[in-house]
Design a protein around this ligand. Structure first.
Ligand SMILES: Nc1ncnc2c1ncn2[C@@H]1O[C@H](COP(=O)(O)OP(=O)(O)OP(=O)(O)O)[C@@H](O)[C@H]1O
Length: 311
C-alpha cells in the first residue's frame, strides 16, 4: 500500500518555481531518503505533504486519501524546526502541551517512555531553553512520534549531534521501522542514508533526478567500476601488447611503478583485465575493485557533466 503518492506536484514562490512537477510513490514500511543540496526544494516538498503549505499545482494523497486532510494529519508525525520550541517549557510540559493541542493528551508515563526512546530520559523536567542543539533535535523526534504515527517525516534527524547520539537515533529509526512505521527522511549525511534507507531520491532544482534502491543507483552508474592492480615486472616485449588489451577493455588507464588503474563499465571486464596480465606473463599481487559511493553518485547528479573518479 502506498502511503505517499504525488502527481505532478508543483510549487512556485511568486514567479519562481521551486518544486517542479514531482511524481513520487512511497510504500508502507519504507525508510525513504530524500537527498539534495541546500535549496533543492526538499523542505518545500515536505511542507506540502504535511499540510504546512499548499501546492501551486498537482495533487497528492497520504494513505490513499487525497490531501491535505485532517484524518491523514493524525497518522503522520513531523519533526519540527528546532527553533520553534518555547524555551520556558520543560521537555515533559512541551510534549504534553503539544499532544493536548492535537486532541489526545499524552500521559506522563507515555511522555517519559518517548523521552527515553529518544535518549532524553534524564531531561524530562529541564527547560527546553537550556537544551543543546542535539537535545532539541531529539525532542523534535519525540514530538514527531508521541502519538504513534504511521508515517514519520524527519528533517535532518542527526545533523549537528554527537556520534553516540547518532547511533542511538539510527537504532531508533530502525526500531520504528520494525514496528511498521514508514519513515521519510532528509539528510545531508550520505553515509547515514546509505545505511538506513530502503530507497533514495535525489532532488535537484525542484525535480527528482534519480530514484531507486542503493543497488539500483549503483547499477545505473556501473560505468564507474574502478579496478586497481598491483603487479610484478612487465617484460618489455609484452608492454605494448598489454597496454593495447587494457585500452580496448577500459578507460582512463594509468600505469605507474607496478600499479595499474583502469575504469570499466561491466564486472565481466575485470576478468578480461586479469586475463591480459596472465597472457603477458605478468604476476598479479593484489586486485582492488571500487564501486562508486553514494557520495559519488550524489555528486554526479549535482554537477553538470559526469564526475568519473579514477583514483
Ligand atoms: N517562503 C518562501 N518564499 C520564497 N522562497 C522560498 C520560501 N521557502 C523556500 N524558498 C526557496 O525555495 C527554494 C527551495 O527551498 P527549500 O527550503 O525547499 O530547499 P531544501 O532542499 O529544503 O534546502 P535545505 O537543505 O537547505 O533545507 C530555495 O531557493 C528557497 O530560497
Amino acid at each position: 500500500m502506498s502511503v505517499i503518492n504525488t502527481k505532478q506536484l508543483y510549487k512556485k514562490y511568486g514567479s519562481v518555481p521551486v518544486v517542479k512537477g514531482i511524481d513520487l510513490t512511497v510504500e508502507k514500511g519504507e525508510i525513504f531518503g530524500f537527498l539534495g543540496r541546500n535549496g533543492a526544494g526538499k523542505s518545500t516538498f515536505i511542507n506540502i505533504l504535511t499540510g504546512i503549505i499548499h501546492p501551486s499545482a498537482g495533487s497528492f494523497s497520504l494513505f490513499g486519501v487525497s490531501g491535505p486532510n485532517d484524518k491523514a494529519k493524525t497518522r503522520i508525525g513531523v519533526m519540527p524546526d528546532y527553533t520553534s520550541f518555547d524555551g520556558s517549557m520543560t521537555a515533559m510540559g512541551y510534549l504534553r502541551f503539544l499532544s493536548e493541542l492535537s486532541g489526545n493528551k499524552a500521559s506522563k508515563e507515555k511522555c517519559l517512555a518517548v523521552l527515553k526512546k529518544v535518549g532524553l530520559e534524564g531531561e524530562a523536567n529541564k527547560k527546553t531553553g537550556k537544551f543543546s542543539f542535539g537535545m532539541k533535535k531529539k525532542l523534535g523526534i519525540a514530538q514527531a512520534i508521541i502519538h504513534e504515527p504511521e508515517l514519520i517525516f524527519l528533517d535532518e534527524p542527526t545533523s549537528g549531534i554527537d556520534a553516540e547520539s547518532v547511533i542511538h537515533i539510527h537504532q531508533l529509526i530502525r526500531e520504528l521501522n520494525r514496528e511498521g512505521k514508514t519513515i521519510f527522511m532528509t539528510s545531508h549525511n550520505l553515509d547515514e542514508v546509505e545505511k538506513l534507507c530502503t530507497r533514495i531520491a535525489i532532488m535537484k532544482d525542484g525535480q527528482i533526478v534519480k530514484i531507486g534502491s542503493m543497488d539500483e543507483l549503483r547499477s545505473y552508474y556501473q560505468s564507474t567500476i574502478i579496478v586497481k592492480i598491483k603487479h610484478g615486472k612487465i617484460p618489455s616485449s609484452e608492454l605494448n601488447q598489454l597496454k593495447q588489451w587494457l585500452l580496448k577493455t577500459g578507460q582512463g588507464l594509468e600505469m605507474k611503478q607496478q600499479h595499474m588503474i583502469i575504469s570499466v563499465d561491466q564486472e565481466k571486464k575485470i576478468a578480461d583485465i586479469i586475463r591480459a596480465f596472465n597472457q603477458c606473463k605478468v604476476d598479479i599481487y593484489r586486485v582492488e575493485v571500487e564501486e562508486p559511493s553514494l557520495e559519488e553518485i550524489f555528486l554526479d547528479e549535482q554537477v553538470s557533466g559526469a564526475i568519473r573518479k579514477v583514483m
